[in-house]
Design a protein around this ligand. Structure first.
Ligand SMILES: Cc1cc2nc3c(=O)[nH]c(=O)nc-3n(C[C@H](O)[C@H](O)[C@H](O)COP(=O)(O)OP(=O)(O)OC[C@H]3O[C@@H](n4cnc5c(N)ncnc54)[C@H](O)[C@@H]3O)c2cc1C
Length: 550
């Protein structure tokens, strides 16, 4: 594989290749490290418009592997600014995000990426994304991870709910099909059938598994009617749902949505205790988009991230939505709502994917930090280098935790799982790390992030351009390059898009009390307290008094 095989946009090949291989090598004794030094990055040649051409049909592999963006022109009911959106693929609030999502499939379909990104499932005759693969050993897990890291590289880690997230959830549930069998043979059959359908068609699935925040002092079953999605009817054909779920990230980009309840339920709340999957155009399914940062982006030059990677979040309202039985996986069972995540490999796999993606994003952010210090000439100040070293140590920590959860993984039946506690530890620490990182980036930058032309159009005015060229000075960059870079940095750190990312990294896996709860639940307390007991049992009162008497 050469550098430029991994170039979906103007992504520096060396950065992506290094992200994939460096710092995430195999642990000792498992083979040679895979890192290859690729030298200096080539000039950025491939640009977004080129990519769009690919994504929208230039690649025949793309057609073979994934429905075109036109699969999203399916009559889905998306609402923005008080109106129903006719076509998300052309609407200025969503079209670039749709193309970015499509570009993931385009990327995997490039002949030179097929082996890295895809595999052929047993009994199938077409390749699908590796995130649908159920690793049976450590090596397969690492191959799968490399594919996910490469995909994350396409958006620099800013597409949080790329399709490999839900693929990971379903892979984990499919591995734990026995848990569904205990719930009922029909429900297990539905899940297995759905897994085959969604994976073999390599579709984009997202999820809503959290209830809308309303009155947290009350149980879910005691909230006002029609707030929390619940089963309001059922018949021979299936169940009917009414109520809401939050926060369907990427729902606008996805083909299907998985609906479930991750938060604890109690006896009596059986109507809330279901899981199912629906196409995004299911009758009665309404998508209430939050504000579009893509629509607010001035241009790709002013907002290179938010103009392309605003994956969107939305409240999903189920207005008497009918779900056929072959798409119902959990039915009126509060414990099964928990078990589908935690007694299967679902929760560990979906959150492992999130750490894989985050490893790419953190590396990108640390790259921003270094360039910030170069752009304002602080890079050689010892205190600033110390700060960069501190930041780099965090990137190292995130990678080390990733490698650690794989290396300390274990067999679970015929499958291989990452180490649960290491994964939860990473989750707790990284949800704190992200806002700290943002603060450190701000601290390194000062006012440079703000002292910027109002938009790219200032360059079109010769008088203003002349002033910009006199005032945007940098020891390492031309005025134009400095403006371009700092606008990108602000988009990541301080724009509304950047700020939403901080909220995302802090909450996507649950509030802190939830993630620390998982860490508490999965730690080897017996081992830890056993050591304490061993120490205490190595002496006693009588012996100590005896020693004093001697
Ligand atoms: C950008 C973004 C995208 C998201 N995308 C999705 C998605 O695609 N699909 C999906 O299903 N969900 C999604 N979510 C929802 C996410 O899973 C939830 O935000 C998360 O689980 C936390 O739940 P909550 O927001 O209800 O916060 P809460 O659980 O209400 O917590 C908020 C705060 O209240 C306090 N608090 C509440 N209860 C307790 C307690 N028992 N003990 C101590 N403190 C407490 C804490 O200070 C806590 O930080 C997304 C969230 C964000 C921010």
């Amino acid at each position: 594989m050469t550098n430029d095989t991994l170039l979906p946009f103007d992504l520096p090949a060396v950065a992506l290749a290094a992200v994939i291989d460096k710092g995430c090598g195999r642990p000792p004794g498992r083979g040679a490290p895979a890192f290859v030094d690729h030298g200096d990055p080539p000039a950025a040649a491939s640009t977004f418009p080129l990519l769009l051409k690919d994504a929208l049909g230039a690649s025949s592999h793309y057609k073979a592997l994934h429905p075109r963006p036109s699969s999203l022109k399916d009559g889905r009911a998306v609402y923005l600014d008080g109106e129903r959106v006719e076509d998300v693929t052309t609407h200025p609030a969503f079209r670039n995000a749709v193309r970015s999502a499509a570009s993931l499939y385009d990327f995997q379909a490039r002949p030179e990426n097929l082996e890295l990104m895809t595999f052929v499932p047993d009994g199938a005759n077409r390749r699908i994304n590796r995130s649908w693969q159920m690793p049976r050993d450590y090596d397969q897990m690492v191959l799968r991870r490399k594919a996910m890291q490469a995909w994350a590289g396409v958006s620099y880690g800013f597409l949080g709910r790329s399709p490999d997230h839900l693929a990971s959830s379903l892979v984990g549930q499919r591995m734990g099909i026995e848990v569904f069998r205990r719930h009922g043979e029909d429900r297990a059959k539905a899940l297995a059938g759905y897994f085959d359908y969604i994976s073999r068609n390599d579709l984009y699935l997202t999820y809503v598994i959290v209830n809308p925040q309303a009155d947290r002092s009350k149980d879910w079953g005691d909230q006002v009617p029609d707030l929390v999605a619940r089963i309001v009817d059922e018949d021979a054909a299936g169940i009917t749902l009414r109520g809401a779920k939050m926060l369907g990230t990427s729902a606008i980009l996805a083909n299907e949505v998985f609906v479930a309840n991750l938060q604890p339920l109690k006896a009596g709340e059986e109507a809330l205790a279901f899981s199912c999957a629906l196409p995004m155009n299911a009758k009665g399914l309404r998508v209430l988009s939050r504000k579009s940062y893509e629509a607010a982006a001035k241009s790709v030059y002013d907002n290179p991230l938010s103009s392309r990677f605003d994956e969107n979040d939305a409240l999903i309202y189920f207005d008497e939505v009918k779900v056929p039985w072959d798409r119902v996986f959990v039915h009126r069972d509060v414990d099964m709502c928990r078990a589908q995540f935690h007694d299967t490999a679902c929760h560990v796999y979906q959150n492992y994917q999130a750490q894989v993606r985050l490893s790419v994003k953190i590396k990108f952010l640390i790259g921003l930090a270094r360039r910030i210090t170069e752009s304002i000439g602080t890079i050689n100040i010892p205190a600033v280098r110390e700060q960069l070293g501190y930041l780099a140590a965090h990137a190292g920590m995130v990678n080390a935790m990733l490698v650690g959860m794989e290396a300390a993984g274990h067999k679970w039946g015929e499958y291989y799982l990452p180490n649960r506690h290491y994964m939860y530890s990473a989750q707790v620490l990284t949800q704190e790390l992200y806002p700290q990182l943002m603060n450190l980036l701000r601290e390194l930058a000062g006012g440079a992030l703000i002292m910027l032309p109002s938009s790219v159009l200032d360059f079109a005015n010769p008088e203003l351009k002349a002033i910009i060229e006199k005032t945007q000075r940098s020891p390492s960059m031309s005025p134009e390059r400095k403006v371009k870079f700092l606008k990108a940095a602000w988009d990541a750190i301080g724009s509304e898009f950047g700020s939403r990312h901080t909220q995302y990294e802090m909450f996507y896996a649950g509030a802190r009390f939830v993630t620390t709860g998982h860490s508490f639940r999965t730690f080897d307390w017996d081992g830890a307290t056993g050591m304490v007991e061993q120490l205490l049992s190595s002496y006693d009162l009588a012996g100590a008094l005896e020693a004093e008497r001697r």
